[in-house]
Design a protein around this ligand. Structure first.
Ligand code: NCD
Length: 343
């Protein structure tokens, strides 16, 4: 944890993964486990009855916004939301500070996504309630890293392994991919990790992130090919080319085949690897992303990540609003209805 980022607890903003220690991360994951029946909709909870989430997304989003909002609703709260600049008064030139002060007056917690690095911290400065960073440009995406590490821990445990000592391959756009920045920082809380990284030219991992991991005692090997990166890895984390954050020329230079597919994993003799991706996966031709031909492999964890996102985001709200698991259980009941398809 860095000195300028206080521990994430009741009444605090969540802006960076550096607000976690190994100890409070474990306690946080225990809370995410404890709300599983609510996440899985086996139980109905009203602990946040009367609470209002202000959800402000100034960049495209599907799963992050909907899972934050679903998490709040599942805990019994209510949600107000605005998406894009067009439909908010920022289109009339309103400052971040004014917007934040106003919306925090209507809400008990804010979730904010914005295209500029550092902008969510500006929202936090002016807000009267906790602000959760849902992605600030190429900066950080702490809730994604939390759900990634939560998922990785479960996948490795299922295989009799731990995050301590694991080998993680990280491939794709490592420059603009904020999920990778938060992930490597959060994983640095563990011990003795090997990261093998691969990125196309001009989309390399920022030196500060590499140095962060090295300073925490881990090995970072930059590789020249994806096959080399994924050989021997326990898990592979692939990311999309963040076309919206780069010049047209650079985006064009990164249109070619697949970043990762079945043949690449077969060539690396690693068809058993845990396969992760923050999603969305770019399914357009030559998008240079994760191919869907890996979807039947045993290690595919991308939809475990999205499902686990609900547990993690519930745990974020419960922590920020100071709600104990006892209070959650007191307001939880079994539900009589079933919403799943018959097989
Ligand atoms: C990511 C994001 O927005 O940073 N998506 C997400 O939140 N799951 C990754 C991406 O857009 O590529």
């Amino acid at each position: 944890m860095s000195e300028d980022h206080p521990l994430f607890e009741q009444g605090r903003h969540l802006l960076s993964v550096s607000q976690f220690t190994r100890e409070n991360l474990r306690a946080f994951f225990d809370l995410a486990d404890a709300v599983d029946p609510i996440a899985k909709r086996q139980a109905v909870c009203t602990v946040l009855d009367g609470a209002m989430l202000g959800s402000l997304f100034f960049e495209p989003s599907t799963r992050t916004r909907l899972s934050f909002e679903s998490a709040f609703l599942r805990l019994g709260g209510e949600v107000t939301t605005t998406t894009g600049f067009t439909f908010s008064s920022m289109a009339k030139g309103e400052s971040i500070a004014d917007t934040s002060r106003v919306v925090s007056g209507y809400s008990d917690v804010l979730v904010v996504r914005h295209p500029d690095k550092g902008s969510v911290a500006e929202f936090a400065e002016a807000s009267t309630v906790p602000v959760i960073n849902a992605g600030d440009g190429a900066g950080e995406h702490p809730s994604q890293a939390l759900l990634d590490v939560y998922t990785l821990d479960k996948e490795l445990t299922d295989r009799g392994k731990t995050i301590d000592g694991c080998h993680m391959a990280i491939i794709g756009d490592l420059k603009f991919g904020r999920t990778v920045h938060s992930l490597m920082k959060l994983m640095s809380l563990y011990k003795d990790l090997t990261f093998t990284v691969f990125s196309p030219v001009s989309l390399e991992l920022p030196t500060e992130i590499e140095q962060y991991a090295v300073r925490h005692g881990h090995r970072v090997h930059v590789t020249g090919t994806v096959v080399e990166a994924v050989t021997g890895a326990d898990a592979v984390y692939a990311t999309r080319v963040q076309r919206e954050r780069m010049t047209e020329e650079l985006a064009q230079a990164n249109t070619q085949g697949d970043l990762l597919n079945w043949s690449i994993l077969a060539e690396a003799n690693n068809l058993e690897a845990i396969i992760m991706h923050p999603l969305p996966r770019d399914s357009r031709p030559d998008s240079y992303d994760l191919s869907s031909d890996v979807d039947d492999l045993p290690g595919l964890a991308i939809f475990h990540q999205t499902d686990n996102g609900l547990n993690v985001r519930m745990a974020i709200f419960l922590t920020a609003l100071g709600v104990s698991i006892e209070a959650v259980n007191l307001t939880t009941k079994q539900r009589p209805w079933k919403a799943t398809l018959r097989s």
